[in-house]
Design a protein around this ligand. Structure first.
Ligand SMILES: [Zn+2]
Ligand SMILES: [Zn+2]
Length: 606
């Protein structure tokens, strides 16, 4: 009998697994997940052990005499449990196994794991536990916890750690580091991912990190906590576009442990998963974790169609004691239309996206392709006006309204919002001594110690042609709320809108989004969009060929988008994954053209 290892090569573009013989000298020293060196196509490459088998069973369909040998074991890799999770994820996100092994492996070679560093039970028993969640962390299954933006998750994490090792996923590495330092002060051993990979795998009380931390190998794991589960930073932007929330839920279910999803604004996905049952603090305490949110109805302003400076905003700007950030996404702005008589914003009656005027003078929806005559649905007027809010002279207008010199208004230039380095795109540090800033949402990451955040025109976000536009807007407002929430001077988030009676905005003003969630759920159900269905986006070379195959599948609905891509809808994620993989296989064997399609399961911006 000889041992056989099935290997995932660490080679870009290679999508297959290969079987190798394990030489006598390595038998007993090789585990599933290990990083190894193997010969492949006349060179030596690194790879991971996916499975181990032997020649007495039908494990390999390659004849033993033709198998090459594993050269050596290089170091430790993901545990068997994480490898099984990666295999599930590769199937569900129709992605390559290699991508998941990379996320689950240490950045450098780890020859051996250090010993465990658990804190004594006597120390952990002394923690101030969060009475509301103690049963949830001790049990199994998914629960959703709503806590306002200024509420620290610290006591929740101590509660979980008092019961045994906990894995914590939080949107940014910076927040992971801060929380780790705070937990260490309570005597807990903490591994911050990805740097402390070996320490985590050796055994600690808390493993914490950004989205990839969900792939950490953690012995004796007792619970998984996802902080700010609504945040899009938890989803991988590249393909396979796995979401840490979904991985956490599956992992906890497989292990029979608790998965706790925490957010000030739980996502529709999370709420759907627990049938709307949410644990929250009493309304007064919850409200105390929110700053004041003021929604300003731009329709009431005389200059609504030409200026973004409402009288409330001007009053705020004149208070020179406050540090104010004005947010406006200048790039990719749509030309919004409003009714000239009643000032109602022109939106799609099916999906709520802002509509545009077609060349044939009809209203068109860029999100769902709905078409209707160019009249106001509210009052029937045919007099529609383009809102020409003065973006070009905005900085001058703000300076004039605030009674400040123009050089006192800092423009934070557009850049990658994920770049939270404190520098703008020109590599310059934002001048933190100034009091008034204007820029894209990137400004929210670059300016510190803010009293007021003003969304000059939130309608661009709410009515964007994406099905999750309202949820993405909500995440943006939460970000602003957190920025100002701890101000003793009374942090304020001002939201200027022509949609002031939108359930999202009314809900934000009173910190109660139940009506918004109810309406949005109904809309998603009607349109069979997540969480009521599964969605994928396919683009790239050969997309037409693939789309033809997908269209012949009765379990799928295929529609074109305006971006050389097709959207594929299905009743659930399992059916979608199976159908997509089958179609990819069929397209690659059938087609003459080379297939270079990109499949995004659960596309975040579709
Ligand atoms: Zn009207
Ligand atoms: Zn529509």
């Amino acid at each position: 009998m000889a041992v056989i290892a099935r290997i995932v090569p660490d080679v870009t573009g290679v999508d297959k697994v290969f079987d190798y013989l394990v030489p006598e000298s390595l038998v007993g020293n090789i585990c599933v997940g290990d990083r190894v060196r193997v010969p492949l196509h006349n060179r030596n490459v690194a790879g991971w052990v996916l499975q181990l088998g032997d020649t007495t069973t039908q494990f390999s369909d390659v004849d033993e005499t033709r198998l090459l040998k594993v050269i050596k074991v290089l170091g430790k890799g993901p545990s068997q449990e994480v490898v099984d999770l990666a295999r599930w994820a590769a199937h569900m996100w129709v992605g390559r196994l290699r991508a998941f092994f990379v996320a689950a492996s240490p950045a450098t070679l780890v020859a051996a794991l250090p010993g465990s560093r658990y804190t004594q039970v006597s120390t952990r028993k002394k923690f101030d536990v969060d009475a509301q969640t103690i049963d949830a962390v001790d049990g199994a299954g998914v629960s959703v916890l709503r806590r306002g933006p200024a509420c620290s998750p610290r006591s929740l994490l101590l509660t979980a750690a008092s019961k045994g090792p906990v894995l914590v996923v939080i949107p940014t590495l910076n927040r992971a580091r801060l929380m780790a330092a705070s937990l260490r002060e309570s005597g807990l051993s903490v591994a911050v991912m990805p740097g402390d990979w070996a320490v985590a795998a050796g055994g600690v009380d808390v493993v914490i990190g950004a989205r990839s931390a969900v792939w950490s190998s953690v012995p004796m794991l007792r619970s998984i906590i996802v902080i700010d589960e609504h945040d899009d930073a938890l989803q991988e932007e590249r393909s396979p576009s796995w979401h840490a929330r979904d991985i956490a839920i599956e992992r906890a279910n497989k292990l029979g442990i608790a998965c706790i999803l925490v957010s000030p604004v739980p996502s529709l996905r999370a709420l759907h998963g627990v049938a709307g049952s949410v644990a929250s603090l009493d309304p007064a305490t919850e409200a105390s974790h929110w700053p004041q949110i003021r929604v300003i109805d731009r329709r009431l302003d005389e200059r609504w169609s030409s200026s973004m400076l409402s009288s409330e905003l001007i009053e705020q700007l004149r208070d020179h004691s406050r540090r104010i950030v004005c947010v406006l996404n200048v790039k990719g702005r749509a030309r919004l239309l409003a009714c000239g008589s009643c000032r109602e914003l022109v939106r799609c009656d099916v999906c709520e996206a802002a509509m545009t005027m077609s060349s044939s003078k009809q209203l068109e929806c860029p999100r769902c392709a709905n078409v209707r005559p160019a009249v106001c649905v509210k009052c029937g007027s045919g007099k529609l006006a383009v809102i020409k809010a003065g973006v070009s002279r905005l900085r001058e207008d703000l300076a004039a309204a605030a009674g400040r010199r123009i050089d006192e208004v800092v423009e934070v230039s557009a850049g990658d919002p994920a770049d939270k380095s404190g520098y703008d795109t020109n590599g310059e540090v934002v001048d933190q001594t100034k009091m008034l800033f204007v820029g894209t949402e990137a400004a929210l990451h670059r300016v510190r110690d803010v009293d007021t955040v003003v969304f000059l025109d939130i309608d661009q976000e709410i009515s964007a042609p994406r099905y999750r536009a309202a949820e993405i807007t909500l995440a943006l407002v939460v970000h602003a709320a957190r920025l100002v929430a701890r101000k003793t001077s009374g942090g304020i988030v001002m939201i200027q809108s022509m949609l002031a009676d939108h359930a999202l905005l009314r809900g934000l003003a009173v910190h109660d989004l139940s009506e918004f969630v109810y309406e949005e759920m109904a809309r998603r159900q009607l349109m069979q969009l997540p969480p009521y269905g599964a969605l994928a986006q396919v683009s790239g070379t050969g997309v037409d060929q693939l789309a033809d195959i997908l269209r012949s599948n009765v379990l799928l609905q295929v529609s074109a988008t305006n971006k050389d891509a097709v959207l594929v809808k299905s009743a659930d994620w399992e059916i979608l994954a199976n159908s997509m993989s089958d179609a990819l296989v069929a397209a690659s064997t059938r087609g003459k053209k080379t297939l270079r399609t990109k499949t995004q399961i659960d596309p975040p911006r579709a």
